[in-house]
Design a protein around this ligand. Structure first.
Ligand code: FES
Length: 91
């Protein structure tokens, strides 16, 4: 199935690119831009992005490597009060 009509990219091309990237570097984070570049192409109109991403998400090799997951700091549970001093009013 053709996913990107501007660049004639099929779902097979996308899956092959993801599988190749994962095999060559298990820690890589696969992005749509990397898939386009690995195929020697670049996005044109961008109308395919929804289907492009859905196709990528269906590939089991898209998953972020376990040691790179949860790198974002968790929300702080201790809500400290605001340290700003209250404004003095002249009223
Ligand atoms: S349809 Fe993919 S860039 Fe236009």
């Amino acid at each position: 199935m053709i996913v990107c009509h501007c660049q004639c990219i099929t779902d097979h091309d996308i899956n092959a690119a993801i599988d190749w990237m994962r095999a060559s570097d298990p820690k890589t984070i696969v992005t749509p831009g990397k898939v386009f570049r690995s195929l020697g192409k670049r996005a044109d109109c961008g109308d395919c992005m929804t289907l492009f991403l859905d196709t990528m998400r269906a590939n089991a090799n898209l998953e972020v490597p376990p040691d790179l997951q949860n790198l974002r700091p968790q929300h702080r549970k201790d809500k400290t009060s605001c340290k700003a001093t209250p404004r003095s009013s002249n009223t």
